[in-house]
Design a protein around this ligand. Structure first.
Ligand code: PRX
Length: 631
């Protein structure tokens, strides 16, 4: 048996012994009494009886040996600033933020919503929350008032941390008006809003509610806020993600399991060492930002780089100039970003010395072979695909090069990671597929390993009903992805089984977009599908039935309504969710029993054969779509 195969088997066959060993990678205030309590499947409690703190493991623990080493470097090519914080400085900033949050009334167990651009204060806020046992709920800065409002309602935060604006392509993107509107829309009102004023746009402050970070920071300049030792099972944060229904789910994560899982992944998957430098180009609004911009690298005692800006501005060499300047050892990005770079000259990647890089990890969406090959040739470092989800918090499939150096197979994110009892399930009968190269639903037998979601925030029932299926004596978690596994254990991901689409690595629910579009007064009905796109992987495309089509007789009128619908999605959900096109039809393709034929619609929109249409009510419906999208 190879070293990794043995490691994997240990994690499955001797689960508790395996994770008890991994638990030694972090600091505990009280040692756990039990490794895993799985007495109430599918709810898994990890490291029961242990007490710890995520912020302690990310910062305080390193003060002894590396107080003056840079912990966080925040680089913005939007404002042309670079700010570096040593572990000691980060420690001080986080305590100032923690003291400010406490002054605003935040207590252990309370939620704090963070709606921030990629600036250092966003990291301070996350770390400050977990320091005092409050739960953060970061909402991606690209989301607009409607999305933000539904998350405020669900999380019921005591306080919100935000900023005057983000910036994109050199242009300020105001946040504060969107936040004010979201609070207006939400039934829940936060008691306090803490605002970082970057001086990008003017802000109107609401008296009694809004506070400026600069003045609170000043008041708490010398604050000492000890870490709150919390139960291992105490939730550290919630992070919203999309699924089949319109309402986003709050993925809830624990403290001890997550800290151990990240520490273990830094060692076994990333082969990372304290003092090295990690640069993940994601956003703190996504799970990659949580695990691999903030917590994972800091837990490992690494320097982490936070980047605000585009990969191509001021030029397509900007990321590699950062790699050279900061001697980045580990880089993490998304296939879309590579496809963007691919449009530029490969010489940008040769201009800088990237010899410090051990590898480039890519995740979030399928990594197509030509893209993998291009970046591999251009950078001359290993390219490592990794597959996981907001729900899992760390990779399900990849290569564990810290355990054993393994070969990348382009097109495959790799092998099942230790702790994940990955199975492929035949959707028709729920049976496990055991032969190579059979297509099934990628599933994980419970318990999920440490670090994965505990439940859906305040909705255990939704957690069980959404993700889990019982088969006699066991419970199986569905990833909602199709996959196959070859004879050597390499997996291939073949797309989602549900209505989730993946636009430039951003996970979006088509139902959310449909709800937004159908709230337009002249839209009776709409279907949104994901359509393959050479740059973004997928784009959303909408097919809408107008209530009153009498005015839509020419292109100008149709374009006007299309523009209105797009604007509506922009203001409600954010530009990330905006469909690439909104086509108007008189009828949507449905079965005789009235079920929307999404797959057929998607196939036609992608100019593929829609397959068996015997159940279709009105064949003319698909013909209209064909005519609109062209051949
Ligand atoms: O469909 C899979 C796709 O993205 C989904 C999870 O998205 P999210 O919750 O945003 O988490 C991203 C964490 C990296 C998955 O269900 N996906 C993610 N990584 C890959 C992928 N599809 C193919 N290959 C990948 N490497």
């Amino acid at each position: 048996m190879t070293a990794y195969a043995d490691f994997y088997r240990q994690s499955i066959d001797h689960r508790d012994a395996f994770w008890s060993e991994q638990a030694k990678l972090i600091d505990w205030k009280t040692q756990p009494a039990q490794v895993c309590d799985y007495s109430n499947p599918p709810f898994a409690k990890w490291f029961v009886g242990g007490t710890t703190n995520l912020c302690h493991n990310a910062i305080d623990r390193h003060l002894k040996d590396r107080a003056s080493q840079p912990a966080l470097v925040a680089i913005s090519t939007e404002t042309n600033t670079e700010r570096s914080y040593s572990f000691a400085e980060l420690h001080a900033e986080v305590q100032r933020m923690a003291a400010s949050l406490i002054a605003l009334g935040v207590k252990k167990g309370d939620r704090v919503l963070i709606y921030m651009p990629m600036i250092a204060e966003a990291a301070f806020a996350m770390l400050a929350c977990v320091r005092i046992g409050a739960l953060h709920s970061v909402v991606f800065g690209g989301f607009a008032s409607g999305s933000l409002a539904s998350r405020i309602e669900d999380a019921e935060p005591v306080a919100i941390v935000s900023a005057d604006a983000g910036s994109r392509g050199g242009k300020a993107v105001p946040y504060k008006p969107l936040l004010d509107e979201a609070i207006r829309l939400s039934r829940h009102k936060p008691a306090a809003v803490l605002l970082v004023d970057r001086g990008l746009v003017p802000m109107d402050l609401v008296a009694g509610r809004d506070h400026l970070w600069a003045s609170l920071r000043e008041q708490h300049l010398n604050a000492t806020v000890p870490c709150e030792w919390v139960e291992s099972t105490h939730p550290s944060y919630t992070l919203y993600t999309s699924g089949t229904t319109g309402k986003p789910k709050g993925v809830q994560r624990d403290t001890g399991g997550y800290t151990v899982a990240l520490a273990a992944s830094m060692k076994h998957i990333f082969d990372a060492k304290a003092g090295q430098t990690y640069f993940a180009t994601s956003d703190i609004g996504w799970v990659v930002g949580h695990s691999y911009i903030i917590y994972g690298p800091l837990i490992a005692g690494m320097t982490t780089i936070m980047y605000e800006g585009l990969p191509t501005r001021p030029d397509a060499g900007v990321w590699w100039s950062i790699v050279e300047k900061y001697k980045v050892t580990h880089m993490f990005s998304a296939p879309t970003a590579v496809r963007v770079l691919k449009k530029h000259d490969a010489s940008w990647l040769k201009k800088y010395d990237v010899s410090t890089l051990k590898a480039l990890w890519l995740a979030g969406e399928p990594l197509d072979e030509p893209t993998a090959q291009w970046i591999s040739d251009a950078l001359s470092v290993p390219i490592i695909d990794n597959y996981w989800q907001t729900e899992t918090g760390w990779p399900i499939l990849t290569l564990a090069n810290g355990v054993e150096q393994q070969t990348t197979r382009f097109g495959s994110p790799g092998k099942a990671m230790y702790g994940y009892h990955v199975k492929l399930i035949d959707e028709s009968n729920g049976e496990e597929l055991t032969q190579p190269n059979q297509k099934g639903v990628v599933a994980i037998e419970g318990p999920l390993p440490p670090g994965c979601m505990q439940t859906v925030w305040r909705d255990d029932e939704r957690f069980v009903n959404t993700y889990w299926k019982s088969i006699p004596g066991r419970m199986i978690y569905s990833t909602f992805d199709w996959g196959i596994r070859d004879a050597d254990g390499y997996h291939f991901i073949l797309g989602r089984t549900d209505d989730v689409i993946n636009v430039a690595g951003h996970r979006l629910g088509t139902r959310e977009i449909e709800e937004s579009i159908s709230s337009h007064p002249n839209i009776a009905e709409v279907a949104v599908v994901g359509v393959a796109d050479s740059l973004k992987g997928q784009v959303a495309m909408a097919f809408a039935v107008p209530r009153d089509a009498s005015g839509l007789t020419d292109d100008a009128a149709r374009l006007k309504l299309e523009g209105e619908v797009m604007k509506q999605v922009d203001t409600q959900l954010g530009a990330v969710a905006r469909p690439s096109r909104v086509y108007f039809v008189t009828v949507l393709p449905k079965t005789r029993s009235g079920k929307l034929l999404r797959r057929a619609l998607q196939a036609v929109a992608e100019r593929r054969d829609p397959g068996d249409l015997t159940t279709m009510d009105d064949p003319a419906a698909l013909q209209q779509v064909k005519d609109l999208v062209g051949d």
